[in-house]
Design a protein around this ligand. Sequence first.
Ligand code: NI
Length: 186
Amino acid sequence: MSATDYSIVELGDPRLRQVARPVDLSRPDVVLPIAAAMREWMDKRGGVGIAAPQIGVDLQMMIIASRPNQRYPNAPVMQPLLLLNPLPLRYSENLVEEWEGCLSVPGLRGKVLRPDAVDIEFFDLHGRGHLLSLTGFPARIFQHEYDHLIGMTFVDRVASPQDLVTEKVFLEQILPVRMAATSPSP
Ligand code: NI
């Protein structure tokens, strides 16, 4: 199996609504090709994260890979990280609003309120458990991808349909205003 054996599953497909099954941690041979396909699709589409259900695989796997790109020019740099059977353990009380996009929801952005930080546990390819504290953009990516593992998308998380905009409007009207607002003054 290679990346071409998979394709990106889009909103409305029932596979995005399933609760994903745990990965068998004793089978890295099963996990590796799926992870490679996820990585390839994520890179091809300029994503900063991806979950296995997005390529139609019903397993608790995600990659988070915060980095600046055309879609997220302000993102911090982070080595792509594969998380198996991830679980949020504790959320910060501080909530922040941010615009999200999704490879499975092409052409749309939505404003979503989420905790600013999250403590998580996950397993790596060797079956070793890890604890990790995420803050800011990586914390948001994790929460967005975790939603995919429980059959949800960011569209389910917007407070109102008015918090949905097209990618074009986001890039042309919302992003420039936000960047001007967050740039340090000279
Ligand atoms: Ni997504």
